[in-house]
Design a protein around this ligand. Structure first.
Ligand code: 5CA
Length: 172
């Protein structure tokens, strides 16, 4: 993963925590960042005609949830679902909770949630469930060769958890 960044001229500084950074909530607590500042690296698969899973990696703000209909529209793959833990491991070479946004076993199509761009720096998993690294979202997009597209549900998970309504859509 560090090699993948170095090949593009970027040096990443990994922080290893004594506590778990397995989930976005864990990582936010360990780093002292907002939940929205944590990058979730979520693997989805579309089923192809020959039956082999066609993977898509979504880099999603920790406060957001992926909307499968939006992901299907963005990718043009109608039949898309969350990868199982086993599939995610086979497709990336990493285990859930530590899947990094770059440096996978083989190249994956990557879609990035624009909400990550609201922060000067975001934190992503560095290959294990206790290691993360900070990166400006624009740099992450370049390193991951990611397409930016709205793939999250409209209501942020943080608002849902706290029973708040979504911000009104004023059509602006
Ligand atoms: N290290 C943290 C923050 S950088 C991290 O990797 N977060 S994560 O969101 O990218 O990975 C955890 C996510 O994996 C969970 O939000 C959950 O959506 C997903 N997940 C957990 N268990 C499974 C499973 N059995 N199958 C598919 N997805 C799973």
């Amino acid at each position: 993963m560090l090699d993948a960044a170095a090949r593009k001229g970027v040096t990443l500084a990994v922080t290893v925590f004594p506590a778990s950074t397995h989930t976005a909530e864990d990582a936010a607590a360990a780093v002292g960042a907002e939940l929205g500042q944590i990058v979730k690296s979520l693997v989805f698969v579309a089923v192809t005609d020959n039956g082999s899973p066609d993977p898509v990696l979504c880099l999603v703000s920790g406060a957001n949830r992926v909307d499968l209909a939006r992901l299907a529209a963005v990718t043009g793959k109608g039949d898309i679902r969350r990868a199982t833990a086993r599939e995610a491991n086979e497709l990336t070479g990493f285990t859930i909770g530590g899947i990094p946004p770059i440096g996978h076993a083989r190249p994956l199509r990557v879609i990035m949630d624009p909400d990550l761009g609201r922060f000067p720096v975001v934190w992503a998993a560095a290959g294990t469930g206790s290691a993360v690294f900070p990166v400006p979202p624009g740099t992450l997009r370049i390193l991951a060769n990611a397409e930016m597209a709205v793939i999250a549900e409209d209501i942020r998970q943080a608002d849902r958890d706290q029973g708040r309504a979504a911000a009104p859509n004023l059509g602006l």
